[in-house]
Write a protein that binds this ligand. Structure first.
Ligand code: PEP
Ligand code: MN
Length: 329
């Protein structure tokens, strides 16, 4: 439930309403906004009879949030959320954010050369996994701890903020020590323990959509993080499983546009995993932007044909330069 205050409501009136909610055994969160101040009511297990509150001075209206998620909803917060990662800001009217780098960090030389090149061409963030969720146990699963120092060199010597995946709570401290943003991958979207522990770090979180998750389930996963007190979440559409097999996944741009309607959180798109084909990354990046995405995350490798993971969908430097030009970075 959301109590919307009149524009002219005084601080005392807002405080009185919040106190009243607390006295009814619920939690109240004051949500100041440029258009209005609202008070979010949490901890209610069912419908709350709001008549009493509606009569209090300064109260304009009461909105019963109709969705199973609250904190991530536009009803809760009409303005776009902007998430800060290092000195980059993602969302709202901020410049379109391009996150680029290899699927996996493979070596110092590979990661640093890639970071320098994508930075030169306008990327705002570097990506690169050191813990890799792979479909087969026989594939390269990342450098692990040995990759952390390399990511810190990207941050320090190249000067790009880093997003990298955390797969398990036991690695959270290590990953947090070499990243500016934590990535939670498609396979872990509903790993509630990981969501909660990652949220507690207070770091910005890039939450990827589960490959078979409904949009509603995706938003509810984000709700876990916000409910744990961390509002710095960027949603990432990365393609879903459909009957179509000619591409790795089906990039669900419907959900990008709809997520922007339903939620105030920034939405970005990963056309690399979304299509599985390097040749489709540029057109789908442009389509993502047209659909309302505030950024893209793309895989870039100095020599895609030699990549230890996802070479087929990785851009080489020339391909990334072309993408950067198409996006006018
Ligand atoms: C990745 O970004 O490298 C990755 C593994 O993505 P996803 O979790 O979307 O498959
Ligand atoms: Mn990958």
């Amino acid at each position: 439930m959301l109590i919307v205050m009149q524009k002219s409501a005084t601080e005392e009136q807002i405080a009185a309403v919040a106190e009243q909610i607390i006295s009814l055994g619920m939690r109240a969160e004051v949500l100041p906004g440029s258009l209005r101040t609202a008070i979010g009511v949490m901890g209610n297990t069912g419908y709350v009879d709001a008549d009493q509150v509606l009569l209090m001075p300064g109260v304009k209206e009461i909105i019963h949030v109709s969705k199973p998620y609250k904190l991530v909803s536009r009803e809760w917060r009409p303005e776009d959320t902007v998430v800060r990662v290092g000195r980059t800001e993602i969302g709202g009217d901020r410049p379109f954010a391009v996150i680029a780098g290899p699927c996996s960090v493979e070596s110092e030389e590979q990661a640093l050369s890639c970071a320098r090149e994508v930075k030169r061409l306008g990327a705002a963030l570097f990506r690169g996994g050191i813990f890799k969720p792979r479909t087969t146990p026989y594939a390269f699963r990342g450098l692990g701890e040995a990759g952390a120092g390399i990511l810190n060199q990207v941050r320090g010597s190249v000067g790009l903020p880093v997003v990298t995946e955390v797969m398990h709570v036991s690695n959270l401290d290590l990953v947090a020590s070499c990243a500016d943003m934590l990535q939670i991958g498609t396979r872990n979207m509903q790993n509630c323990d990981l969501l909660l522990e990652a949220a507690k770090t207070g770091m910005p979180i890039l939450l990827k959509r589960g490959m078979s998750a409904l949009l509603e389930e995706f938003l509810l996963a984000a709700e876990y993080i916000l409910d744990a007190g961390n509002g710095n979440v960027v949603l990432c559409e990365r393609g879903i499983r459909t009957f179509e097999t000619s591409t790795r996944n089906t990039l669900d741009l419907n959900s990008v546009a709809l997520a922007r309607e339903l939620s105030h959180l920034p939405v970005i798109v990963d056309p690399s995993h979304g299509t599985g084909r390097a040749s489709l990354v540029k057109p789908l990046s442009l389509a993502a932007r047209a659909a309302g995405a505030v950024g893209v995350m793309v895989e870039v490798h100095p020599e895609p044909q030699k990549a230890l993971s996802d070479g087929q969908q990785s851009l080489d430097f020339a391909g990334f330069a072309e993408l950067a030009a198409a996006l006018s970075l």
